[in-house]
Design a binder for this molecule. Structure first.
Ligand code: NPW
Ligand code: ADP
Ligand code: K
Length: 507
């Protein structure tokens, strides 16, 4: 598990480290600059022209220190100062004073250094960027882009990217490598910021573990090794020890959604999986996944005799220890009753997805049945329908959108996108770091519901199950891409790779 921070949280960690722990600001800055220099030395040789663009906050202070360290090592270096001395931070002024005394080549914007730039260091704005970039700063950034440096290294975060949302604040500078300090900022984890950051190196510059006590760390991601969070499978056990997953899924022409979800639940470790679906899906599902129990209903009867249908649903719910509700159910009127009955009769975790969410969007009063054991897994389109917002508005701040929906109902909200967010009911927020665009294919989401259900069946509670499920799903996608490339992934292959990742647990 790796903590992630907002810009303000990072400033708090800085402040605590400096003021309460007593590590001087310039010591942190020196270590930050050394970390950047070490990355630069791996990228270029001493024949290269290096330009460092320095703002006049502490990000710029880091930049001047980088220029000084490279100058002392014999690199051909220029520092470009974007701001005026009058507005420079204390540390910035100290760095400038040192740089001038030892003869670092400096130019003041609008002047640019002569010749070409091979490696560009972006130290214009860090976590202090707090508004749209306009005027002179915008001009500077646009000018830098016209120089087209071969390699760009960003200090802490690419300038122009908001450290909390990853949004472009007017203009931003693209980096090949971002060297960030202490903890990765949300802005380099989330698109479009993630796409501007290149390879992100998290440098340890000496923040002690206690410095986190200045904030309540609530954002996190998983990394290799975190499969240990998945419960072990004890020797003294039987299929009943590993949960009963009821997959309520699959309407007309949509047996595949039920299949993928059920298969994924089994592959993740569930002991028993039952698919509750329409009668015409029975044969195909039974032959496709003979391991699953199949229970069926007739949609016409479900429509005509609601009392019997409700009774049937009640029985199914009583059987289950985890329920997947929604994949491929369709939009027929009885689906509303189905969703309503499951929500009222089930006292177990429910993963509510796809057409289950569609029923909620069409009948918002159904949210009255939401309890804390609900996990909703909307993609952006589904989220827009649920909230009445637009996809564009949601994209501007994925974390806020997911968190707002989760908190409104006290549930867990997994907002699926290229970077999926898990606004967990325990108030932690998971930001996914696995997965890739090969997964942008029909059926991938059905597999995710099955994985989360499988983890809950193993005994994880909703928050952990949702976060680990999203991570596992992405890692399975990464494993498939490794073998089949970016184009040819089939959602069913995600289920085939789950085992390679789960094996890490027992290694
Ligand atoms: N000791 C420490 O704390 C350590 C900090 N470290 C480093 O410090 C960085 C944070 O430094 P920081 O807080 O000084 O903010 P920074 O990102 O340099 O920018 C602030 C300046 O930009 C200005 N400004 C903002 N938005 C603007 C806009 N749109 N357009 C124009 N101007 C704008 C803002 O102006 P103001 O809002 O005051 O008008 C202010 O002048 C951090 O990312 C890391 O690199 C490391 O060395 C480790 C130790
Ligand atoms: N570009 C991408 N990078 C990483 N993951 C992606 C990308 N595109 C889609 N995914 C993942 O694939 C899944 C797609 O889910 P969804 O849209 O519900 O598919 P379906 O409804 O067809 O099953 C989500 O988990 C999403 O996070
Ligand atoms: K920067």
């Amino acid at each position: 598990m790796r903590n992630l921070v907002t810009g303000d949280q990072m400033k708090e960690v800085d402040r605590y480290t400096i003021e309460t722990i007593g590590i001087p600001s310039l010591v942190l800055m020196e270590r930050a600059a050394l970390a950047v220099v070490s990355e630069i030395e791996a990228l270029v040789n001493k024949k290269s022209n290096i330009w460092v663009l320095c703002g006049n906050g502490n990000n710029g202070g880091d930049g001047i220190a980088v220029a000084r360290l490279l100058h002392l090592k014999g690199y051909k270096i220029w520092a470009i100062l974007a701001g005026t001395r009058e507005s420079g931070s204390r540390e910035w002024l100290a760095q400038l004073d040192i740089a001038e005394k030892i003869g670092v080549q400096l130019v003041n914007f609008p002047e640019f250094p002569p010749g070409e730039c091979n490696l560009f260091v972006d130290a214009l704005f860090g976590v202090g960027l707090n508004r749209e970039v306009l005027g002179t700063y915008k001009e500077i950034m646009e000018k830098v882009i016209t120089y087209g440096p071969e390699i760009t290294v960003a200090v802490d975060i690419p300038s122009g990217i908001h450290s909390d949302s990853g949004q472009i604040m007017g203009t931003a500078l693209r980096a090949d490598v971002t060297v960030t300090f202490g903890f990765e900022k949300l802005g380099t984890m989330l698109y479009p910021g993630k796409g501007y950051s290149g390879r992100v190196v998290v440098a340890d510059i000496g923040f002690p573990a206690q410095s986190l006590s200045a904030i309540r760390p609530s954002f996190f991601t998983f990394e290799s090794g975190d499969t240990k969070e998945i419960p072990l499978r004890p020797a003294y056990s039987n299929k009943g020890s590993f949960g009963k997953v009821l997959v309520v899924a699959g309407g007309r022409n949509m047996s595949g959604a039920a299949y993928l979800s059920a298969l994924a639940a089994y592959r993740t470790g569930a002991g028993l999986v039952k698919i509750f679906t329409i009668e015409e899906n029975r044969t195909i599902l039974q032959s496709g996944l003979p391991e699953a129990i199949i229970a069926t209903y007739d949609p016409e009867e479900a429509e005509a005799d609601t009392a019997s249908f409700k009774e049937l649903l009640k029985k199914q719910c009583e059987w289950a220890s985890v329920i997947v509700l929604g994949p491929g159910l369709g939009r027929e009127p009885y689906v509303k009753n189905l969703v309503e009955e499951v929500l009222t009769n089930a006292y177990v975790p429910i993963i509510l997805d796809a057409d289950g969410l569609g029923a909620i969007a069409d009948h918002p009063d159904l949210t009255g049945y939401f309890t804390e054991n609900i996990i909703v897994t909307p993609h952006l389109g589904e989220m827009a329908r649920l909230t009445g917002s637009s996809v564009e508005a949601i994209k501007k701040n994925l974390i806020a959108a997911a968190r707002e929906y989760a908190d409104r109902f006290g549930i867990t909200c997994v907002l699926k996108d290229a970077v999926t967010i898990g606004a967990l009911k325990d108030q932690r927020t998971y930001v996914n770091s696995s997965g890739n665009s090969a997964m942008a294919k029909a059926g991938s989401g059905d597999v995710l519901t099955g994985i989360i259900a499988g983890l809950l069946a193993l005994g994880l509670e909703e928050s952990d199950g949702a976060a680990l499920g999203v991570w596992l799903h992405g890692r399975a996608g990464d494993a498939v891409r490794e073998k089949y490339g970016s184009y040819s992934l089939l959602a069913s292959q995600l289920t085939e790779e789950i085992y390679t990742i789960l094996q890490e647990q027992t290694r």
